[in-house]
Design a protein around this ligand. Structure first.
Ligand code: PLP
Length: 397
């Protein structure tokens, strides 16, 4: 059954990319099928996680891996792991961090709307450096180093295009010198697929990716990979602990070996639980993503955007198709600058999503006066009707 059959919500043709607010990417049939079939039976979730974690670790070249309910959840449970380590008492206490190391050092240019996800663990952000480039200042390694003390739990790095920052290899070197782990937010840093391994290679201790963006997995899935001891802490804080010590799945590993004094209770990660359906869907989507021919995929996107550019070419607007080989961005992008002067880009954006068919466009270039279109999350059979609707709206812009 479709969403409109189940809930009466009409579908949106998504020309904005794999955004959470639009439900991410349409799932490929094999991903949807893996989720449906995983739903037909039960399994111990920790076993499912362990098997998936091994696969994620292998793909990313990391010691260990874990499926989270998204990259943002990966930041939260990753930060909790850096704070609590393997102490059940500390796990039990979070997000109250009294007496625990709870500071996360972050360059100001990396304080994003997702930093909140780190703070959910109980962490406090300590931001250093300047935002900008020469004239306004940059972040220096000594500024990061000066912020590290015995309350420091982690250093945070957000993958993006900020200038004047301390880059990951150097940040990781600082972390190693002070025995402080580095957490990397690489949620949207795919493609290229080589990036799955790049940040671990650059020395990160934990790296998180969205499962529901370019990978094309379920929206409520994410990848967290990194150091084995930290991923273990994540797993321990993510369990649903309705068991006696004598029947705990991991009793040999943790109790009989005296590594832990007892199983920790439901931890900070419990409200961010991940179901077997998401885990199965993510693994199948990741396999598919790894096999994808990136050049052919860009070609598909270019063709879809070119068809829309052609459709509006004689309307009062200027359309610019930007090729990734020129822009360095991972996706081709179509910018349309309306020139009719009647309505703002915000008006046109609203009209497109509220119309019929409903078309979502990116707001990434609204400040430059452009409607931006991305073809990552649009199906081929949707392009023509989207082009017609965009032309209809632009004809009276
Ligand atoms: C999308 C995004 C996130 C959140 O990812 P989810 O998988 O949706 O939780 C975090 N950080 C950045 C930079 C993002 O772009």
């Amino acid at each position: 059954m479709s969403l409109s059959e189940v809930l009466g919500v009409k579908p949106v043709i998504n020309l904005a990319g794999p955004l959470t607010r639009l439900g991410g990417m349409p799932l490929e049939p094999d991903v949807a099928q893996a989720m449906a079939e995983a739903g037909h039976s039960c399994a111990r979730v920790e076993d499912v996680q362990e098997a998936a974690g091994r696969y994620l670790a292998e793909v990313c070249g990391a010691e260990a891996g874990y499926v989270t309910s998204g990259a943002a959840a990966g930041l939260t449970v990753g930060a909790a792991a850096c704070i609590a380590g393997r102490s059940p008492a500390a796990m039990d206490q979070l997000p109250d961090t009294t007496g625990l190391p709870n500071e996360i050092v972050v360059q100001r240019a990396h304080v994003t709307a997702y930093s909140h996800a780190l703070r959910v663990s109980g962490a406090r952000l300590v931001d250093v450096g300047y935002v900008g480039y020469p004239g306004q200042g940059i972040t220096w390694p000594w500024q990061v180093e000066a912020a590290i003390n015995d309350r420091t739990a982690a250093i945070f790095y957000s993958v993006g295009s900020s200038r004047g920052i301390v880059e990951l290899p150097e940040l990781a070197e600082i972390g190693r010198r002070h025995d402080v782990p580095v957490i990397v937010d690489a949620a949207a840093a795919l493609p290229p697929k080589e990036n799955l391994r790049k940040f671990i290679q650059h020395g990160a201790d934990l790296v998180t990716f969205s499962g529901g963006k370019a990978i094309g997995g379920p929206q409520a899935s994410g990848i967290l990979v990194g150091r084995k001891d930290l991923i273990e802490s994540v797993a321990l804080q993510h369990q649903d602990m309705d068991v006696y010590p004598e029947t705990w799945t991991w009793r040999e590993q943790y109790l009989e070996s005296h590594v832990l004094p007892g199983p920790p209770h439901h931890g900070l990660g419990r409200p961010m639980k991940v179901a077997k359906e998401e885990i199965a869907g993510l693994v199948v989507a990741l396999r598919r993503f790894l096999e994808q021919d990136e050049a052919a995929e860009q070609q598909r996107q270019n063709e879809a955007l070119q068809a829309i550019a052609d459709r509006v070419s004689n309307l009062p607007c200027r359309a610019e198709l930007q090729d990734p080989s020129v822009t360095g961005r991972p996706y081709p992008l179509l910018l349309i600058f309306p020139e009719g002067g009647k309505r703002t880009v915000a008006d046109l954006t609203n009209e497109l999503i509220e119309g019929d068919p409903s078309v979502a466009v990116s707001q990434g270039f609204m400040d430059l006066g452009a409607i931006a279109l991305l073809a990552t999350a649009v199906r081929k059979d949707q392009v023509e009707s989207a082009a017609d609707r965009i032309a209809e709206v632009l004809a009276d812009a």
